[in-house]
Write a protein that binds this ligand. Structure first.
Ligand code: ADP
Ligand code: MG
Length: 238
């Protein structure tokens, strides 16, 4: 489970059409990167999929079901926010438990999921600390843990590493890729960083001004960029 299909999905803010109608299919288990310059509509597209924005037209199907009108909670997707979205006054354990508590999940099931997430993310020794007592990378792992415990059919990341320093970013990229290998859950990852796109993606979606310029594997885009924009953006020799 984790197949997401956009049919003619469009978004207007007032008079401005930020996303003209577009089609996109994301296969179950794929690691898909939305890449493009700042302001091209990456976050808007992700928020439409998450249900945090309403579409102006078109349909969103999740695992074959029409989810266009579904609330974010009903979609079964988990958005990973930047680490500064953690609650500073709560322990790591409570931060991770928060979405499950809100959903009224039994305590023993909460505990099972927290332990599994903490093991997967190397956070077992940090569960009783507060976010302020953690490094930037550890805080980002807690933010991911809070998504994992919901056992979503897809993870949605919006530039999750942009507030980490360069060295830490490299390590976190590896950790997220490793997590994808282990969980095999669909991940949609938004970035303006070409290196991140080329190194992490199964499939890259290149966006410019709300339009999909090209969709393909990193190697396909590198070898056969469809136009000068894609070639320039991906850094291909063409
Ligand atoms: P990106 O994430 O690629 O930087 P965004 O999706 O944030 O781009 O924004 C795409 C365009 O939509 C930008 O021109 C931005 O100003 C505009 N935009 C985003 N959110 C809103 C909003 N709530 N109201 C009006 N315009 C918006
Ligand atoms: Mg953005």
């Amino acid at each position: 489970m984790g197949n997401i299909t956009l049919e003619n999905v469009a978004k207007r803010f007032g008079e401005v059409e930020v996303i003209p109608p577009l089609d996109l299919n994301i296969e179950d288990g794929e690691f898909v990167v939305f890449v493009g310059p700042s302001g091209c509509g990456k976050s808007t597209l992700l928020r439409l999929i998450a249900g945090l924005e309403d579409v102006s037209g078109g349909r969103i199907l999740i695992d074959g079901q029409d989810a266009t009108e579904a609330s974010p909670a009903k979609r079964g997707l988990a958005m990973v926010f930047q680490s500064y979205a953690l609650y500073p006054h709560m322990s790591v354990r409570k931060n991770i438990a928060f979405p499950m508590k809100m959903a009224g999940m039994p305590e023993d099931e909460q505990k099972r999921r927290i332990d599994a997430a903490a093991t997967a993310l190397n956070l077992t020794d940090y569960l009783d600390r507060r976010p302020g007592q953690l490094s930037g990378g550890q805080r980002q792992r807690v933010a991911i843990g809070r998504a994992i415990v919901r056992e979503p059919s897809a993870f949605l990341f919006d530039e999750p590493l942009s507030n980490l320093d360069a060295a830490l970013r490299v390590g976190m990229r590896l950790e997220i890729s490793e997590l994808h290998n282990r969980l095999k859950t669909t991940m949609i990852y938004v970035t303006h960083d070409q290196v991140e796109a080329m190194t992490m993606a199964d499939k890259i979606v290149v966006l410019q001004a709300g339009r999909i310029e090209q969709v393909g594997s990193p190697m396909e885009l590198y070898r056969n960029p469809r136009n000068v924009f894609v070639a320039g953006f991906i850094g291909s020799p063409k």
